[in-house]
Design a protein around this ligand. Structure first.
Ligand code: TRP
Ligand code: MN
Length: 451
């Protein structure tokens, strides 16, 4: 195999990258980014891989979630904190049900670039570049906003740094303490059926802690009760940005991506001879690969050989996004091929991206029931193949948005308009996310009882 370097992807075909009007301005920004501190340290990446290795040994479960795309306008404590608290709630529900550790990974602090099916968008006779995420251009439909601007890479870096700083504080600074489990429920969720169900679970946890402490257990000496490990991830789409944030690990002598703990390849950028695979094969991070219904067993095996030739435990997360109607027939051949090759990547279910539809009034939406159905199909396919359904990948937010239909709130096409805030794909809101966690917890509990 040819030599890898942080820039060797430039010899390959790079899909989904913008063309900048001024290449020198881009180069200048890349130089500045390369001189900035890493956002992530190699030891944290190693730690995430060891957690994912536990998932592949069936001893833990992965929960990955966050916005479809983060936005520069949403930099404040509220959006980040609300997503974080729903992740904590979902994690508690799943940890309790499955009685196994839940590895928490956000689609956050760097999820700014979006692949698009069309280079351009036309409105009323005017054709402009498609919106590709805030790291590339703006969503407004005018020439200034849609022209790719390299300065946005620097904004993405500082936005990520600020978000990551907040996440580290939330994860380690007391907010995530199990003694504070009652405080994570948002007001709009508290009054709902799943809000009430969560309060019951929180009561049980609080009682158990009090009981253990009354028995002499010293909670102050158990740091794991007071904090969580929280990891970040995003799609490694913008390779100029990712290359500029590649750093050298003096400990291992290897390169690592310093923009997030885990990076993933999209369904549209996983061509085996393409630039994105070339870049990711050389960095040390945990790597996700999105797999849609057209993925062939041979494609998956070739990707595993390219990205993980040494079969390192915890290195690869295969993220299936088949659609609720396809998952039961499209997933089993892949599971069998990977199993028969003797590989044990983490298998994760993304029940969002294969279930996007357009509502009667033009909104992009997803049905809660289909999301749940794909998760059930994912579990069934693993049961059949004798493999382990290791995780879930959601597009969700803690906020009270109206973007996906259904759920106990029974959101309809008409209600979508009231608080549809996503610039990209529709997300589960705080209440739907928690409801889904409870329904999946029931599936996990049933699976545990069968064992
Ligand atoms: N640290 C443990 C864990 O992450 C227990 C824990 C503390 C926890 N706070 C939490 C679990 C919040 C879920 C959610 O599993
Ligand atoms: Mn999306």
């Amino acid at each position: 195999m040819h030599a890898w370097s942080p820039s060797s992807w430039r010899q390959r075909t790079a899909l989904q990258l913008p063309s900048y009007p001024d290449p020198n301005a881009l180069k200048d920004v890349e130089t500045r980014l390369a001189a900035l501190p890493p956002l992530i340290f190699p030891g944290e990446i190693t730690q995430l891989k060891s957690r994912l290795a536990a998932v592949s040994r069936r001893q833990a479960f992965l929960l990955q979630g966050g916005d479809c795309a983060e936005s520069f306008d949403e930099l404040g404590q509220m959006p980040v904190e609300s997503t974080f608290r729903v992740m904590l709630q979902m994690a508690v529900v799943l940890t309790y049900a499955a009685a196994c550790p839940v590895i928490k990974v956000g689609r956050i602090a760097g999820q700014f670039a979006k692949p698009r099916s069309s280079e351009t968008e036309t409105q009323q006779g005017l054709t402009l570049p498609s919106y590709r995420g805030d790291i590339i251009n703006g969503a407004d439909f005018d020439v200034a906003a849609r022209t790719p601007d390299p300065q946005r890479l620097l904004t993405a870096y500082s936005h990520s740094a600020a978000t990551l700083n907040l996440l580290r504080a939330l994860a380690q600074g007391g907010f995530a303490d199990l003694h504070r489990v009652h405080g994570w429920t948002a007001d709009f969720v508290r009054r709902s059926p799943q809000g009430e169900r969560f309060e019951e679970l929180a009561d049980r946890i609080t009682e158990s802690l009090a009981f253990m402490e009354a028995c002499g257990f010293d909670a102050d000496k158990a740091p794991q009760l007071h904090a969580v490990e929280f990891y970040t991830s995003h799609e490694a789409l913008h390779l100029h940005y990712e290359q500029a944030l590649t750093r050298h690990d003096d400990g291992t002598g290897r390169a690592y991506g310093a923009s997030a703990h885990m990076l993933w390849l999209g369904e549209r950028t996983r061509a085996i001879d393409g630039a994105h695979v070339e870049f990711l094969r050389g960095i040390d991070n945990a790597v996700g690969v999105k797999l849609g219904p057209s993925a062939k067993p041979a494609d998956v095996l070739a990707l595993l050989d390219a990205l993980d030739p040494d079969q390192e435990p915890g290195r690869i997360v295969l993220i299936a996004r088949m659609g609720s109607e396809r998952v039961r027939e499209a997933l089993p051949p892949l599971l069998r091929a990977v199993r028969d090759a003797g590989r044990t990547p983490v298998w994760c279910c993304d029940p969002m991206h294969g279930n996007t539809v357009t509502a009667s009034n033009g909104y992009k939406t997803r049905d809660f029931a289909r999301v749940l159905d794909e998760v059930c199909g994912f579990f069934a396919a693993h049961e059949e193949a004798g493999t382990y359904p290791g995780g879930l990948h959601f597009e969700m937010t803690g906020q009270d948005v109206t973007e996906c239909r259904g759920g106990a709130q029974e959101l309809t096409d008409e209600s979508l308009a009231s608080r549809y805030r996503s610039a990209c794909d529709p997300r589960l809101n705080g209440s739907q996310s928690l409801e889904l966690a409870f329904l999946i917890a029931d599936v996990l509990k049933a699976a545990r009882q069968r064992r």
